[in-house]
Design a protein around this ligand. Sequence first.
Ligand code: TXA
Ligand code: MG
Length: 331
Amino acid sequence: MNARILSPGEEALAEAAAKLRAGELVGLPTETVYGLAADARNPTAVRRIFAAKGRPSDHPLIVHLPCAEHLPQWARDIPEEAWALARRFWPGPLTLVLRRGEGVPLEVTGGQETVALRVPAHPVALALLRTFGSGLAAPSANRFGRVSPTTAADVLEELGDEVALVLDGGPCTVGVESTILDLSRLDTVGPVILRPGAIGEESLAEVLGRPVAAADGGAPRVSGSLPGHYAPTTPVRLAAPGEIELLVSRLLAQGKRLALWSRHALDLPGAKWYEMPATLEDLARLLYARLRAFDRLGVDEIVIERPQGEGPLARAIADRLERAARGSGGR
Ligand code: TXA
Ligand code: MG
């Protein structure tokens, strides 16, 4: 691991911006997860992101902007709906898919005629974006298909050899990736959520004054929507609160060593219990760190209680857990 973790003072921000201008990659804290940032106008730098992550080159990236006023430099035919959402939710965990602006490298958009844009709410991300003065392409700073990083140390562990430096913004406060809303097909199919996040369809619909659809088959490619994404290497199994004890007993009877994450303690020899946070906010915030920690335990399987509750965070967490279970070969 060659990279350094820097506390974000003025000097560190200037160094990070200089590295980015030189076409290098920087670990970037955001309120959702850490990003792997590159100058979005530099196709060579953007290609480095794909190489570092092992991500297929047709999977588009999100461009992060210092403020909504930069939108016209990246998108064209911007609908009034986009401005209304930007006013209400930016900076924040909402990504808007719009029609690709002139000069946006096809490397960024995975060859598509749309581009994903967001203004992140993390003070360090905003400070770097302002110092840099332009858009930063930044996917989550994990290897393709793996669990997203929520601390600077996670980024080093995932991509320490690939980044010039990592800015330390502390642990992410939201913990799951931004909601992605497709506004590029407003006239034909209307607004469509491509990935659930902390901002839910209810609050989006309220601003738009029209219903918002969940992901559909005709949607553009979203790698986070592949079945096996956000996956630890240890198999993950999900169980409803009423079924978990039976499942754990059955796995223990098969001689499996287990880690268990549930709201209430289950005292079964052979299964290490970890308490699941009571609120969805805490659960989302700690989800990826917990999955990473589980992976380090060297157990045979991870059993996780399906979180109860409703609303956008409940849906976002359920979405990530389902993918973790499928991607890890559990169920
Ligand atoms: O919270 C987040 O969004 C984090 C932080 C770092 O900002 N970023 C993130 O990036 O989750 P990534 O690359 O891991 O996920 C971005 C998703 C991908 O699933 C990609 O397919 C989708 O955004 N995406 C990007 N451009 C798109 C486009 N033009 N049309 C449809 N989906 C797009
Ligand atoms: Mg990702």
